[in-house]
Design a protein around this ligand. Structure first.
Ligand code: PLP
Length: 396
């Protein structure tokens, strides 16, 4: 018997972004070309503009970019800073490191508050760094709200409180790429000056549309920023009819975004979106905690206050490669899991539980992970899926 080239059945997408695209968004986005200056399209665009602000929970400014999250990262840096400006980044994992790397490439002076990745952001270290900066050289603090590489969340209100207690005027930048549309996020209430987001995670769309929401205070910083910029220049964008996009507007995304916003804001409601993610995230953790123990696969973080409800990183026991689990899941069962990034390569696999997901999808994924552990001879306590079922059943 030959091995099939591809397993049959629907692809179970359990990557922490991109995420599953609901059929209604897929169909909405598969729209014929329209003139982006057409009145009907402008109406739809403005609807999306206002609706996304509701998801971000801001009444301030918003700019869209045709590009993935990296484009919005870059836009935030070149619009807010000048070469040699100091940006303080809280180290949390692969994505905080990459944002800092990009800032250095733009000539910024990047200071890091170091941390061990499995411990998460060092709030005391942030406090000390701000208090030591009596001359207010630090222009901004950069945080990754949800560190997708480690499955750990940052307490942004606490970061805001630390800045306020230190009476430090630095801007507060938050990467919400894997939190927005999944975890609670409130830009204006939490005093965030720049929120960076993308289309392919909680918004459940294709990759390629990203955005930054910007506070009035950050717009003032933009006025004096001298980093070279043109396509991403907010001042140039504001003079355009869509207040974004210097060239062709990627219209199909906005048909998709309108539907995404309908699902999030009208059909489910943001509070329910957040509680569904909390429920599914906890179910995944119950399964991993059941499998775990000494020398068994376990949660990457051991601090419940930092568990992310949109992604879980599972650390493999010594001598086992996480990529073997991913390969079995993909090649044998058509389930796509996330891998370990940079220094975590081979050490962790990641279960994405963000976006268009429900209980059966999570349980299906967990069953496959448990089968893959067994197939690969990874020691674990069988029955993790039962633990997840028991928890989900208790939730009613
Ligand atoms: N920031 C975070 C937290 C992410 O998870 C990602 C991608 O997964 C990025 C930034 C980079 O975004 P993109 O891959 O869309 O360029």
């Amino acid at each position: 018997m030959t091995t099939p080239k591809k397993p049959r059945g629907r692809l179970f997408f359990a990557n922490p972004g991109p995420t599953n695209i609901p059929d209604s968004i897929l169909h909405a986005q598969a729209h014929f070309t329209v003139d982006f200056m057409d009145a009907d399209f402008i109406e739809l665009y403005n609807h999306c503009f206002d609706g996304l602000k509701k998801v971000v929970k801001t009444n301030q400014h918003l700019f869209f970019y045709a590009g993935s999250g990296h484009a919005a990262w870059e836009a935030s840096l070149v619009n807010l800073f000048s070469p040699n400006d100091r940006l303080l980044i809280l180290e949390t994992g692969h994505f905080s490191e990459k944002w800092g790397e990009m800032a250095r490439a733009h000539g910024l002076d990047v200071q890091t508050v170091p941390s061990e990745w499995n411990k998460g952001a060092d709030y005391e270290g942030l406090k000390a760094a701000l208090e030591a900066d009596t001359g207010h050289v630090i222009k901004a603090v950069g945080c990754v709200h949800n560190e997708t590489s480690t499955g750990m969340v940052m307490d942004l209100p606490r970061v805001r409180a630390i800045l306020d207690a230190a009476r430090h005027p630095a801007l507060l930048l938050a990467d919400t790429i894997s939190s927005l549309g999944s975890l609670d996020f409130r830009m204006d209430e939490w005093g965030i000056d720049c929120a960076v987001g993308g289309s392919q995670k909680g918004l459940m769309m294709h990759t390629g549309l990203s955005f930054t929401a910007i506070s009035d205070k950050a717009m003032k910083a933009h006025q004096v920023s001298t980093c070279p910029k043109h396509y991403f220049n907010w001042t140039v964008m504001l003079a355009r009819p869509h207040k974004s996009f210097l060239g062709t507007v990627p219209t199909s995304f906005f048909f998709g975004l309108k539907e995404s916003l309908r699902l999030l804001l009208e059909e489910e409601g943001m509070d329910n979106v957040v509680s569904r993610h909390a429920r599914l995230g906890e179910a995944v953790r119950r399964a991993v905690q059941h499998w775990s123990g000494n020398q068994r696969p376990r949660l990457f973080s051991d601090d419940p206050a930092r568990y992310s409800n949109s992604v879980t990183a599972v650390r493999m026991p010594e001598g086992f490669n996480a990529d073997d689990i991913r390969k079995t899941a993909m090649n044998r069962f058509n389930v796509s899991l996330g891998g370990g990034l940079s220094r975590l390569s081979g050490q962790v696999f990641r279960i994405g539980h963000m976006g268009d997901l429900n209980e059966p999808m999570i349980l299906g994924t967990l069953s496959v992970v448990e089968m893959a552990l067994k197939i690969n001879g990874v020691p674990h306590a069988p029955g993790g899926v039962d633990a997840a079922i028991a928890y989900l059943a208790e939730q009613g």
